[in-house]
Ligand binder design. Structure first.
Ligand code: 5CA
Ligand code: ZN
Length: 416
C-alpha cells in the first residue's frame, strides 16, 4: 500500500542515547539494542473509523521511538499494517450499506492525511491484510503440514492454531487462563466455539460464508484470514524474527500480540518474535475508553477541520505519558495551544537561553521510557528563561532548540 510523505527531519549535533522502553513480556524497562537498522512493527488501523485521538496517541508514542533511534544514528525499518479485511470492517460496511472496499480505502486515505498533518514519520512498509493473503495462506499450510494447526470438522473450513503445542504461549502477556478467556471473548476471540481443541485456540482461517468476501485459502479452501496471522505474516515478510519493538495499544496485549508471536514462532521454529512488546495506554473521553464500539470518538480530522493546529493536537497528546491511561479534554488542547504559542514566541527571538541543556534534557527524558511530559517541561523551562531575557542569551540557541523540538518531539515551531 501507499505510505504517506515523510516530514523533514533535522539532524542534531552529537548522537542521541540508548532508548529504554517498558517491555510488557519482561515486565520491566529494558534498553533497546538495535543493529545498525532498528526494526519496529506497529499494529495499524482497522479502517472503518479513522483517526480518533486514541489511535493518534498510540502512533505518536511509536513515532518517538522512531525519532529516538534515528537520533542515535540508526536507520529504522518501520512496518505498519492495515487490517483491511476483518469482521468489524464488514459489520460497519453492512450497517451503512456501503462497499467494504470503498469504506476501507476512504478511512485509510483519511488516516494517511492525519498522520501527515501530525508529522508522524511514515512506515517504510505499509501493508494491507488483503495484499498479504497469499503469504498468509502459505504460512497456514505450513502450520497444518506440521500438525500445529487443525481444521474444524463441522464443514465450515475454519482453521485454528493448536496452542497446546506452542511452548511460548502466555509469555508475552503473562496472563493466567481466566484472564485470557475474558479478553478472548471481549476482543474478537471465540472461546465458546464448539469443536476447538482448546477454548483459547485462535482462528487462522475463516472458511467462506454466504455474503462475505473470500480468497483462495489453505489447501484450496476459500475464505479469509484470521487477525493475528495477518500481523505475524506481515512482520515476517518485511523485518523477520527477533525485531526490536512490537507496538500497539494496550488493548492488543492479549489476544493479539500473544498470538501474533505464537504464530510466528511456530512458523519459523525460532524465537523471539520481538525483543520487546511495547504498549501505549488508552485515551478516554468522559471516563470511558475512546472506541468505535462506544461511539465516543474525537477525530483528528474533525479538529483539523475546525482549524486546530495539528501541532497542538500532537503536543496535547504528548503532554501525558504513553503508559498512563488518560482522558482527552478541551482543556488539554487549550493548554497545548498556549504552550505552542509560547514556544513559538521564544524560538522567534534573536537569542535564547543556552540550547545545550535543552538538547541534553530532551534526549535524556525521552530515552527514559519516552518521558514526553518531562521532555516538554525541559522546553517550557527554556522558553520561560528565553522570554524573560537575561545576559547569558546565545544567538544560535533558538534555532538549535527549534530543530531539537522538531527532530525529537516532532513538533514544528516555524519562524526559526
Ligand atoms: N488493526 C488492529 C491492529 S492489527 C487494530 O487494533 N485496529 S484499531 O483501529 O482498532 O486500532 C489501531 C491502533 O490504535 C491499535 O494499536 C490500538 O491498540 C490503538 N487504539 C485503539 N483505541 C485506542 C485508544 N482509545 N487509545 C489508545 N490507543 C488506541
Ligand atoms: Zn496487529
Amino acid at each position: 500500500m501507499l505510505s504517506w510523505p515523510a516530514p523533514l527531519l533535522p539532524t542534531l549535533p552529537g548522537t542521541g542515547p540508548v532508548l529504554k522502553v517498558y517491555d510488557t513480556a519482561g515486565g520491566e524497562i529494558v534498553a533497546t539494542t538495535p543493529d545498525r537498522t532498528a526494526r519496529m512493527y506497529v499494529c495499524g488501523i482497522t479502517p472503518y473509523d479513522a483517526t480518533h485521538l486514541g489511535h493518534a496517541a498510540t502512533y505518536l508514542a511509536f513515532d518517538l521511538v522512531n525519532r529516538m533511534w534515528r537520533d542515535a544514528g540508526h536507520a529504522v525499518h518501520y512496518v505498519q499494517n492495515v487490517t483491511d479485511i476483518d469482521d468489524p470492517l464488514l459489520e460497519r460496511a453492512d450497517r451503512d450499506s456501503e462497499d467494504w472496499v470503498v469504506l476501507g480505502m476512504r478511512e485509510t486515505a483519511l488516516f494517511r492525511e492525519d498522520m501527515t498533518a501530525l508529522r508522524v514519520l511514515p512506515p517504510e512498509d505499509y501493508v494491507g491484510a488483503v495484499e498479504a493473503i497469499p503469504r498468509i495462506v502459505g504460512h497456514i499450510e505450513q502450520l497444518l503440514d506440521a500438525g500445529l494447526a487443525y481444521a474444524l470438522d463441522d464443514g465450515t473450513g475454519d482453521v485454528y492454531h493448536d496452542v497446546a503445542q506452542a511452548p511460548g504461549f502466555g509469555s508475552e502477556s503473562g496472563y493466567d487462563e481466566a484472564t485470557m478467556l475474558g479478553y478472548s471473548a471481549e476482543r474478537g476471540g471465540d472461546p465458546d466455539r464448539a469443536g476447538k481443541r482448546n477454548r483459547l485456540d485462535p482462528l487462522l482461517w475463516r472458511g467462506q460464508r454466504d455474503g462475505e468476501p473470500s480468497w483462495p485459502g489453505p489447501r484450496g479452501a476459500a475464505g479469509r484470514p484470521g487477525w493475528h496471522i495477518e500481523c505475524a505474516t506481515i512482520a515476517l515478510d518485511t523485518i523477520g524474527m527477533g525485531f526490536d519493538v512490537q507496538g500497539g495499544g494496550s488493548d492488543l496485549v492479549f489476544p493479539h500480540h500473544e498470538f501474533s508471536a505464537v504464530h510466528a514462532e511456530a512458523i519459523t521454529a525460532t524465537k523471539p518474535f520481538a525483543k520487546a512488546y511495547v504498549h501505549a495506554a488508552m485515551i478516554g473521553l468522559d471516563g470511558e475508553k475512546m472506541s468505535k464500539s462506544r461511539g465516543n470518538l474525537v477525530f483528528v480530522s474533525k479538529l483539523r477541520g475546525e482549524g486546530v493546529d495539528p501541532m497542538a493536537i500532537r503536543l496535547a497528546l504528548l503532554s501525558g505519558h504513553y503508559r498512563t491511561d488518560r482522558a482527552w479534554t478541551a482543556g488539554l488542547l487549550r493548554e497545548a495551544e498556549q504552550r505552542l504559542a509560547t514556544w513559538r514566541r521564544a524560538v522567534a527571538r534573536d537569542a535564547g537561553a543556552p540550547a545545550g541543556p535543552v538538547l541534553h534534557g530532551l534526549r535524556d527524558r525521552l530515552a527514559d521510557d519516552l518521558d514526553s511530559p518531562g521532555a516538554i517541561a525541559v522546553v517550557d523551562a527554556w522558553a520561560e528563561q528565553t522570554l524573560a531575557g537575561g545576559d547569558d542569551l546565545e544567538e544560535q540557541a533558538p534555532s538549535v532548540v527549534c530543530d531539537a523540538v522538531d527532530a525529537l518531539l516532532g513538533v514544528e515551531l516555524q519562524d526559526c
